[in-house]
Design a protein around this ligand. Structure first.
Ligand code: SF4
Length: 391
């Protein structure tokens, strides 16, 4: 058992989103945002400004990590200033992407953390996590004649598990699908750190709940600080330049030289929008999108790039999975399956073809759309018919 003593300042520097920030770095964290920014930027801290701008530039350029990221004391100032800027910028796609990037950087650090420090972090977050020095067995897996004994060092109370995993929509994470005993879920270190990553991501996403009036009022006060003004304008100018490209960075018009992205059904458009906004995608959404784009012979690299905005993106792993799916030649899900998975978005998009079907001349009857690929084919047929009539 690990002793219940307070967390070290070094850990808080590495992970400034921890509740103990308020206690250990009381002077910094409780300052009024205007005073904090003034004090910080008046020190002509060029390194801090560079590190801050690195974050935004990495986000704008779709980079998934920051080289040589430092987890020193400045990390605290950086975290607070980053939140202040996102609050006054008031641009949700930027907040989403910074949330993803920041939480990914933290994930990579947390996964290498020793058990003692991890346990301290759980305690600080008031999470009911049990740690076992000797791994405990929770399942015996039998595949053909192979037997695997599954063990872990960790268990988490189901209430905390639900709290942390509520935004992760994968089936396998649901409480009915995880090993649980006496109210505690058996979970691997990787699984726990992934939940922490989600917690960190949410800390940023909560900035979007801002009240616009307060954001505007703080912005006008901050803009009286010269150094802040320079940083703000630099970020805003970069954003204005890249905004359009950013909106359409998922370029889906590359199918056999034809522009068919406009012809995608609502179920696909919805997943693409979620990815573009940096929202998390469920396992089923990722699979369906991959199979769908493979069917349209979309290049592997382009598919992988779509996923690059996701919080848990790992380029090597994703490329392997996308290539594997291509080799296997899986067919995308049918409308019926998508409906059962709650991925059909016909109603949300009020799509006439999906909702009401079409008239089949051959069969002389009204038919329903049964497959998203047929939706694309049918829309292509409509467009080509229209073109022929106009020419
Ligand atoms: S009806 Fe089919 S194609 Fe249309 S949104 Fe639903 S699942 Fe997609």
């Amino acid at each position: 058992m690990i002793e219940n003593e307070s967390i070290s300042p070094e850990l808080v520097q590495r992970y400034p989103w921890l509740p103990s920030l308020k206690r250990i770095y009381y002077d910094i964290s409780n300052q009024d945002p205007l005073e904090f920014t003034k004090n910080l930027l008046n020190q002509e801290n060029l390194e801090l400004v560079d590190r801050l701008l690195d974050f935004f530039m990495a986000t704008f350029n779709n980079v998934e990590y920051i080289k040589n990221y430092k987890f020193d004391e400045t990390n605290i100032d950086l975290y607070i200033l980053l939140r202040i800027i996102l609050f006054v910028l008031n641009i949700d796609p930027i907040t989403n992407r910074i949330a993803n990037l920041y939480s990914k950087i933290q994930y990579n650090e947390l996964i290498n953390e020793n058990d003692f420090n991890l346990y301290k972090i759980f305690q600080d977050l008031d999470l009911d996590v049990k740690y076992y020095q000797i791994p405990i067995q929770y399942r015996i897996k039998k595949v053909k004649d192979q037997t695997e004994i599954l063990k872990t060092n960790y268990r988490i109370h189901y209430v905390d598990y639900l709290k942390l995993s509520s935004k992760l929509r994968d089936e396998y994470r649901k409480l009915i699908n995880v090993p649980i005993s006496e109210g505690y879920v058996f979970i691997s270190k990787r699984g726990l750190v992934r939940l922490l990553q989600e917690y960190i991501r949410e800390k940023f996403l909560e900035i979007k709940e801002r009240d616009n009036e307060s954001a505007e009022s703080l912005k006008s006060q901050l803009k009286t600080v010269d150094e802040f003004n320079k940083i703000y304008n630099r970020i805003k100018d970069e954003w204005d330049l890249i905004k359009e490209e950013f909106d359409y960075s998922i370029n889906l018009d590359l199918i056999k030289g034809e522009n068919v992205s406009d012809l995608f059904p609502p179920c696909v458009k919805n997943i693409l929008t979620e990815a573009r906004e940096g929202q998390n995608l469920s396992h089923n959404e990722r699979l369906f999108l991959t199979f769908f784009l493979h069917s349209l012979e979309y290049p592997v690299e382009k598919i992988v790039n779509i996923f690059s905005t996701l919080p848990d993106f790992d380029r090597e792993k994703t490329t392997y999975q996308v290539e594997f799916a291509k080799k296997k030649g899986y067919t995308p899900h049918s409308c019926q399956t998508l409906k059962s998975l709650n991925l059909c978005k016909a109603v949300k998009y009020k799509d006439d073809l999906c909702l009401n079907g079409y008239y089949s001349k051959k069969l002389e009857e009204e038919k329903k759309i049964r497959h998203p690929l047929f939706y694309v084919q049918f829309q292509q047929y409509r467009v080509s018919k229209q073109d022929n009539e106009e020419s």
